[in-house]
Ligand binder design. Structure first.
Ligand code: ZN
Length: 304
């Protein structure tokens, strides 16, 4: 079903990346700029991220020697240095996730650019290396503006992982250059399975971890069958809770037992994709961006 599979290292059938968006309470401050300090329960829910879940997750994956990728807003890095130290000490990747979890669609190009610089500067300062990858903070509600990809290309990012346009990595290209897109799959986001919190406008029914793990496993089996990749978009404050975190270990074991899997960080995957492209071993699908210079004329007329 995948017409042009990527040749993964060592003949692996499938690349697997466990990625975590560590928002902490940055998202509360962004959503409630005038009253975040008064939303104590929501703050506590999100502070579970660095205080409880990040150490737990790092312990779990250390047992299997699997690299992780953490997308962390600059504000969170500044406010929770111990969690960030733990990520770095365990050689996990830290990638860009905005500054205060702002919505790119609500910002001007200049504001987006300033936030991008802020995150680059903070990650470079704490980790000693410039971030190679980016994921929009508002991953479950668009959050990618007409400027976002252009700015990532301008700033020389290696990869983005905010879009949904393919099953495997592809290339976003414009007149300034290109960036590798590692696309998301809705079913592999934990938000859709577990999130119910009225303060953020989510009140879905919560699934059992077994049900969610069935979806994660089905996506893995399909990726393995068709030589694709599997990348989850999980949040420590959501998937790092006891029962959900417990359900991750059988999934890891299942992947290992199935075999021919390349467990990698996102930058390792993007660097490999760049290498097979530049060596001529593999030709990517290329999306020209932006898709449109303006809204479709009919739609714009109706809106007026
Ligand atoms: Zn986020």
């Amino acid at each position: 079903m995948i017409k042009n599979p990527i040749p993964w290292p060592n003949g692996a059938r499938c690349a697997v990346a466990f990625t975590w968006d560590v928002d902490a309470d940055s998202a509360v401050h962004a959503a409630r700029p005038d009253s975040a300090d008064n939303h104590v329960a929501t703050l506590s829910f999100m502070r579970y991220d660095p205080e409880i879940a990040v150490p737990r997750i790092i312990d779990l994956f250390r047992r299997y020697n699997i690299p992780l990728t953490f997308f962390v807003p600059g504000w969170t890095i500044e406010n929770y240095p111990a969690a960030v130290d733990l990520m770095l000490k365990n050689s996990h990747e830290i990638a860009h996730h905005g500054y205060l979890h702002h919505d790119n669609n609500a910002m001007s190009r200049q504001q987006e650019m300033e936030v991008l610089w802020q995150g680059i500067e903070i990650i470079t300062r704490v980790s000693g290396r410039r971030p190679l990858g980016y994921r929009t903070p508002m991953i479950s509600s668009n959050g990618v503006s007409r400027h976002t990809i252009d700015l990532l290309i301008e700033q020389g990012f290696l990869y983005d992982t905010s879009l949904y346009g393919d099953d495997i990595p592809y290339v976003l290209h414009n007149d300034k250059g290109s960036v590798i897109e590692i696309p998301c799959i809705q079913g592999l986001g934990d938000w859709y399975h577990y999130m119910s919190w009225c303060d953020f406008g989510y009140s879905a029914a919560i699934k059992s971890p077994t049900h969610a793990a069935d979806v994660f496993k089905a996506e893995f089996d399909a990726a393995w069958e068709y030589k694709g990749m599997w990348m989850c978009v999980w949040h420590p404050s959501v998937s790092g809770r006891l029962a959900r975190c417990t359900a991750i270990e059988p999934l890891i074991k299942y992947m290992i037992e199935k075999g021919d899997v390349w467990f990698a960080s996102m930058s390792e995957i993007a660097l490999h994709v760049r290498e097979v492209i530049s060596s001529g071993t593999w030709r990517p699908r290329i999306d020209q961006v932006p898709y449109y210079a303006s809204p479709a004329p009919d739609a714009a007329a109706k809106e007026r």
